[in-house]
Ligand binder design. Sequence first.
Ligand code: ADP
Ligand code: ZN
Ligand code: ZN
Length: 744
Amino acid sequence: MTRQVFANIIVDISHEKLDRTFQYIVPDGLRDRIHAGSVVMIPFGKANRMTKGYVLQLSEKPEYDLSKMKEVQDVLTDESQITCEDRLVELAAWMRDIYGTTMIQALRTVLPVKKKMRQKEKKMIRLLIDKEETVQRLAFFRQKNQRARLRLLEALSDEKEIPYELVTGKLNVSSEAVKAMEKQGILACESFKVYRNPVHMKQEKAGTVILNEQQQKIVEDIVRRGKTSGKRVSLIHGITGSGKTEVYMELIADVIARGKQAIVLIPEIALTYQTVMRFYRRFGERTSVIHSKLSQGERYDQFLRARNGDIDVMIGPRSALFTPFPNLGIIIIDEEHEPTYQSESAPRYHARETGIHRAEIENALVVLGSATPSLEAYKRALDGEYNLYRLDKRAKDSALPTSHIVDMREEMAGGNRSIISKVLGEKIRERLKSGQQVMLFLNRRGYSGFISCRSCGHVIMCPHCDVSLSLHGNGRMVCHYCGHQEAKPVRCPECGSEFISGFGIGTQQAQEIVQKQFPEARVLRMDMDTTREKDGHEKILSAFANQEADILIGTQMIVKGHDFPNVTLVGILAADLSLFAQDYRASERTFQLLTQAAGRAGRGKEPGEVVIQTYDPEHYCIRTAAAQDYAEFYDEEISYRMVAGYPPVKKMMSIHGSGRQEEHLQTAMEYLRKMVLRIYGEHKGNVIGPADESIARIQEIYRKVLYIKSDSVRELTEIKSRLEQYMEVNEGYRNINIQFEIDM
Ligand code: ADP
Ligand code: ZN
Ligand code: ZN
C-alpha cells in the first residue's frame, strides 16, 4: 500500500489568518496534480460547503484524527474561476521553491497586507489663479523665502492640479501651508471622489512626444510580440536620455487600450516627483504609486484600488511587483541592473526573475530597460532568450559628454595633494565663470571613512558589529549599522601614537575642501546625513535644479532622478574605490556607477564634460566607462566570469547563516558543506566556504556564508530542498537563521 498524503490548506488568505491551516486527505487520483500553491476545492465547516483553499504544504504526517479528516474534492483548473490572488499564490509557491523560504513567508511577501483602516479620501489640489497672479505670488514667496509654498506653486503652475498625497509627500509641503494657500484663494483642495475630471488630465496629453523612428520600431515590435506567442521578455539597452521612458509609456497606453494593466518598477532612489509626474500627466488619476514612506494602510489602499479596477498603472519599487491587478498586461522594470531589485530579507527574491515568472503565469509582457544592463540580462539577450533593442542616441539631440581620465598618482607626484586634480579645478572655475553647474560624485560604494592609526595600522571598529566606525563632522565616530557613537580618540588605543586619523575622505570633508578652494561657489551636499529627514533628497535635488547652488557634491544618490540641463561638468572623485569591494560584481557596479554619473553631464543645450579621477587608469572598467562603451565592458567582464565560473555563466546559490554563537554557527555551516558534497559529489571547486560575510557581525549576530555553483538552477534548488529537510530534523539548526539566495 502506498503511503497516504495529506495537504495543509489555508482557506482565508487575508493576512492575519495565514497561520491557520486545515489538514485534508489527498485522494490517490489527485496526487499528481496537487503541490504547494495549488488552488483546490474542499468541503468546509459543519455544512461541508464547497470552498476554495490553498495548499501550503504536503506531508505524510496526519495531524488530526484520521477518521474525521475530509478529502480534497478537486483541483481548480477552470480559468474563469481563477482570480489574481490565485495566481499570486502560485507565484508565492514558485518563490518558495526557488528562494527557499516557508510558504507562509512567501505568501506574506506576495499578498497585500490587510489592515482595517479608515478609507482615506483621495484629494486633489487645483490652481485657482491665472498666470499673471501666479507670477506675482511666485515672486512674493521667493522674496519671503517661503520655500514650501514656492515649491507647491511652481509645481501647480506646471501641472494645474496635483494629487494631495504627492504634495504632502514628495513635494514635502505641510498641510498647514496648503490650508493657508487655500485661504488666500490660490488653490482649492477637492475630494477625489467628488472631483473626477479626467478631461483635464487628457488635455495635458498635448505634451505627448512623437516617438522617433528607433522608439517607434521598438514599440511596434514589442506590441506585435504581445499578440503572437514569441519571446515575451525584451531588454531595451538605451543610454540615459535616449527616450526609454517614452517607449514604456507608449507600451502602457497600448496595454490599457486592450483593457489590461501595467506595473512599472523603478528603484526607490530614482522614484522622484518628476518621474512620477510624467506618468500622472500621461495616464491621469488611474495611476498610483507606492513607496517605502507609505504606511501599511496606505499601501493596502493602493493595492485595493488595483484589485477593484480603479487604476491601470502602478509605479513603485520592488514590492509593486505584487500589485493584484485583475488582468496584468505588462511589467516594466526600469534600471533593471539595480542591486535594490534583490530583496535582502527572506525570501531573497530578485524582482527581475520573479517578475518574469509572474508574467509567465499571467501571460503578460516584460520589458527591461537600462543604460548599463546587468550581465545576466544582457547575456540572455545575446543568447536569444530575450529580445534585444538598442537606443543609442539621446532623444533631445544633445551629444554625449566628452570624458577625461586623470591619473591621481601623477597629480601626487606633481605636488598636488588636493582631492581635486588640476584639470578638474580648471574646469570647475570655467563653469563658475559662465554660470553653469557642476556635479562632483564621490564614489564611496562599499567603503566608509574609517579611522586608522598611521603608525600601527589599527582600525577603530564598532564594539557590536564588525565594521569600522566612520568619522562625522562633530568629531564623533558612528556605526552605520547599529548607530553606536563614541568620541574620536586622541591617541591610538593600540599603540598610543598620535597619528590617528580618517583615511580617505567623506562627503562632508570634500564639501569643506571644495568650498575652501572655490570660496565664491555655492556648494550643496547630498549624502546619508543631509537626506535623513523625509524627502530630504528631493529637496536638495530641487534646490539644485532651481540653480540655488553651483556645485552639488554627493554619493551615488546624486546620479539618479532629475535632469539638470545646466550641468555641463561632472567630476568623479576616487572612481576606483568601489573596485575594492569583495564581490564578484565589483567591476560591474563600478562601471554602472561611472556611466550613470557621466550621463548627468550635458543634458541641456551645452555639451558636457566628465573628469574621472583614478589611481587605476588602465583598468578596463574605468577605460570602458570613460568611452561609454558597454559592449567592450561586457566582453571583458563576461570572460572574467567565464574563467572564474561566476554568474551569469554559472548559477550560484549563497547560503547565508547567522547566529549568536560563532562556533556553533561555524559547525552548522560546515555540516551544510558536508551535506552538499554528499548530495553533489566531490567536485569541491563548486562549493566555497563557509566564510565570514563581508560584514562578519552585526549587533552581536555572527554571519557566515557558503557558496555553491552549478550549471543549472534546478540542481541548486534540489540541493536546497535536501538541505531544508536535513535542517528540519536536526536540532543544531534551531537557533540559527539560514537564508538562501540564488543568482542566475
Ligand atoms: P530615458 O528614460 O531613456 O532616460 P526619457 O524617456 O526620459 O529617456 O527621455 C529623455 C528626454 O527626452 C525626456 O525629456 C523626454 O521627454 C524626451 N524625449 C524622449 N523621446 C522623445 C521624442 N521622441 N521626441 C522628443 N522628446 C523626446
Ligand atoms: Zn596605533
Ligand atoms: Zn555597530
